[in-house]
Design a protein around this ligand. Sequence first.
Ligand code: ZN
Length: 108
Amino acid sequence: MLSENHLLELIPGYALDCLSEQDMLLVSEHLSQCSSCRVELDSYLRIVNDLYLAVPEVAPPPDLNKRCLVTSRKNELGLQRSNPFLPGSGFGVCSGPPRQFGLMPAWF
Ligand SMILES: [Zn+2]
């Protein structure tokens, strides 16, 4: 595959599980055909795993569960103000830690 066809700019977001659904699918399909990008992804996944080990674990605030439920309910009712940092807003910021990690890092 030609180098200009690689998806190197999307690989970090793919490793962090914070791409749009469309981009996740695009990268997945590309990875199934491109060993070069799979090597790149492996290096990012090692970094992602090390990032979670590099920050101290802290207990979430006691009211976090309640705040999440309230925010979720507001979103369901369409009452939540639009958040420019949510996926699909064009900012490309992650919506949260990858789902495979159970503990919350201190920076979250
Ligand atoms: Zn590639």
